[in-house]
Design a protein. Structure first.
Length: 228
């Protein structure tokens, strides 16, 4: 099996990434047809964490963070490091020292389908991390892997350069080639929600303006004044 570090990857337009990040995970997920969500166990280490950026992907051996160190070199400002392991792991593969290096290179944050450590330090540094676990168990640096190849992270296939959007609601991936289209769809959705919000504040019922009453009737729901 070939192990490689790919230095150069395509990245989507910066304005599309910015827009997707402002829209947030839930809106982006809905806008692209309710796809792309990583598993619900991927949680931020602090609740105000939020980021969006193109993925630099890393495939590691479980319990071995060698390739995370190799990935730092190819990261560019604004990137998001996405790490997965070849078999399930909760070992603390990432901590304050690697975060210091990534911050120096302008990396937005980390998505890792394994464990992290030094959480108090990472939080104080305001370095956003979404992980499967928090675990002090250390790792070795002994096994080759790859950087910037397609990976499966928390149940979703992620390609180098795909957009990662992450916040307290979770993590969603948008295909690089779809970033601009999904950003527009997300804005359309936000505009629709703003209209709905105004109607709700005015006392209108979503049951009516979303035509859900008719759907209930179609499904056999009946309204009665008293239950007999």
């Amino acid at each position: 099996m070939e192990h490689k570090v790919v230095r150069k990857i395509p990245r989507p337009p910066a304005d599309a990434i910015k827009t997707l990040g402002e829209q947030g995970t839930a809106t982006v997920h809905e806008a692209q047809g309710r796809i792309g969500l990583l598993a619900s166990y991927m949680r931020p280490i602090y609740n105000t964490a939020k980021m969006a950026g193109p993925a630099v992907t890393v495939s590691c051996q479980a319990g071995d963070n060698l390739m995370i160190h190799a990935a730092v070199e190819v990261c560019q400002p604004g990137d998001v490091l996405v790490v997965t392991t070849k078999s399930p792991s909760t070992d603390g593969m990432f901590g304050e020292l690697i975060a210091t290096s990534l911050i120096a290179r302008g990396v937005k944050g980390l998505i890792i389908d394994a464990g992290v450590r030094d959480v108090a330090d990472l939080t104080a540094m305001e370095f956003p991390v979404w992980s499967k676990a928090i675990h002090a168990h250390g790792t070795v640096k002994a096994t080759p892997g790859s950087v910037n190849v397609p990976v499966v992270c928390a149940g979703e296939t992620i390609y180098p350069g795909d957009v990662i959007v992450a916040d307290v609601d979770g993590v969603v991936v948008v295909r690089r080639q779809d970033a601009e289209k999904v950003a527009k769809l997300g804005q359309d959705r936000l505009d629709k929600e703003a209209s709905s919000r105004a109607k709700l504040k005015a006392g209108e019922l979503s049951l009516d303006f979303n035509r859900l009453r008719a759907k209930c009737i179609e499904l056999g729901v009946v309204w009665v004044d008293e239950d007999k």
